[in-house]
Design a protein around this ligand. Structure first.
Ligand code: ZN
Length: 252
């Protein structure tokens, strides 16, 4: 059995992909790839759900991102509960003070985050979390919910915070930076191999060898190759390990 390559976090609903979505879905099918397609607000959640009807390789995640706290959470929750059987996970949700530095706005972010954690808990869904400069507070909030599958996407914490995430049983996800950023490479080496996920976070643009082009799911093999070299695990073996990790994350 050829293992699946699974992108644990990509914004497939971004308009960057609109004109090439058929091509992407064919590419994924030919290359045995699946993607956790995250959303950032109510309307992108609707778009993600409609994408998932076009291809079973698009695994739909719905959610309100911390920079979208003007979005209508009631409307979103109604939509999510109505479609819950087709929803694979909740995300991208989380906290990030850089978007809302004032205390009152940050409190609203926390409120949105907690409402969506309740949703994940109620329907036993995995969550894909944005945790920039907020890992400690996120790690203090989540244990009050009975949520077994958490992924800290684009993990950018310290070694100490990585240990905290591992102690809580979280998955951590690394992206294209793994190819050239020494700090991410060092974090990878300290991560429990059974808790590693990989992602593109497309269409976010990356520098160096990626030349600021919109990131595509076709970058996944490069990220996987970089990880296999760093971990000294063969590409096929690591692909199989990561498939197992992704299935554990997705409760498959
Ligand atoms: Zn993202």
């Amino acid at each position: 059995m050829i293992p699946w390559i699974i992108d644990s976090h990509i914004h497939m609903n971004d308009q960057e992909y609109d004109l090439i979505i058929e091509y992407i879905s064919n590419f994924m099918s030919q290359n045995h790839m699946k993607a956790c397609c995250v959303s950032t607000d109510y309307s992108s959640s609707i778009k993600t759900m409609s994408l998932s009807k076009k291809s079973r390789l698009f695994l739909p995640f719905v959610g309100i991102h911390p920079n979208q706290i003007e979005d209508n959470i009631e409307l979103f929750m109604e939509f999510a509960e109505h479609n819950i059987d087709q929803i694979e996970g909740i995300g991208e949700i989380g906290l990030d003070k850089t978007y809302n530095p004032s205390n009152s706005e940050f409190k609203k972010q926390i409120a949105y985050f907690m409402i969506q954690l309740e949703l994940a808990e109620k329907f036993k869904k995995p969550v894909s979390i944005h945790s920039r400069n907020a890992i400690n507070i996120i790690c203090s909030i989540i244990p009050s919910y009975s949520i077994s599958n958490v992924s800290l996407h684009w993990f950018d914490g310290s070694q100490k915070q990585l240990k905290l995430a591992m102690d809580l049983g979280f998955f951590v996800s690394y992206g294209p930076l793994l190819v050239y950023a020494k700090d991410k490479q060092s974090l990878l080496l300290h991560t429990d191999i059974n808790k590693i996920l990989l992602e593109t976070d497309g269409p976010v643009r990356f520098s160096r060898c990626f030349k600021h082009r919109p990131t595509q799911i076709s970058f996944m093999p490069s990220i996987l190759f970089a990880a296999s070299k760093l971990l000294n695990v063969s590409y096929p073996d690591l692909t199989a390990i990561l498939e197992k990790n992704s299935n554990n994350f997705l409760c498959i």
